[in-house]
Design a protein. Structure first.
Length: 213
């Protein structure tokens, strides 16, 4: 019976009639029959399940931090590239303005600069659109992980999405609930579309220069 106990079984003691006496233990084997039955293993399964959930949660936290960092990086990259393209096109337009007032350069050279600026704007527009697509992708990735795994504690991105759409959001600060909503001006103006508008403005200027207007 001791061997059965050590091997992960429970020893059940009963008399000849199959009745389990009150207070019988593994040491009261006199005149009793011992039957070894497997011990329940529920606790081990639950521990494994808890460990798996904790592992998934840790992976979710890691992915969430990575998504937020890439989101921030992409946002910085958008404006770094945008400012670089803005300066480049401004220099081209300034140079075209200088040579248009002189008789030195040929008309072909002047139009060549305008074509160069137009092609640069096409690249600028493609890079900006691609960057904003990635920017939104990382936001959605962070929001998915937050809502699926961290919603009981963290609501920053998910609440920010509702805020960006113009919905009122609630904050509990100092024991009081504060409701905040983006203004109608902020809701009506999209940063991405403003960026595209700037690029379109340069494109229009280059086209006018090519047409000789």
């Amino acid at each position: 019976m001791d061997q059965a106990w050590r091997s992960g079984h429970i020893v059940v003691l009963m008399d000849r009639d199959g009745v389990v006496p009150d207070g019988a233990s593994a040491h009261d084997a006199n005149g009793l029959a011992g039957i070894a039955v497997p011990a329940p293993r529920t606790s081990g399964t639950e521990q494994q399940s808890d460990a798996a959930r904790e592992t998934d949660l840790e992976h979710a936290r890691t992915g969430y931090v990575a998504a937020v960092e890439l989101w921030t990086y992409e946002g910085d990259s958008i404006w770094t590239r945008f400012n670089a393209m803005l300066v480049a096109n401004s220099v081209i337009l300034a140079f075209i303005g200088l040579i248009y007032g002189s008789t030195g350069p040929s008309p072909i050279f002047k139009k060549g600069l305008a074509i160069t600026g137009l092609l640069l704007c096409m690249v600028w527009l493609i890079l900006t659109k691609r960057a904003f697509d990635y920017y939104k992708y990382w936001i959605l990735s962070a929001r998915e992980l937050e809502e699926k795994h961290l919603s009981s504690v963290v609501k920053t991105v998910s609440r920010g999405g509702a805020f960006a759409e113009g919905e009122p959001v609630n904050f509990f600060i100092g024991g009081k609930m504060i409701t905040y909503r983006m203004s109608w001006v902020g809701r009506s103006v999209r940063i991405a579309w403003c960026s595209y508008l700037v690029v379109t403005g340069f494109v229009a200027l280059y086209i006018l220069l090519l047409l000789g207007v």
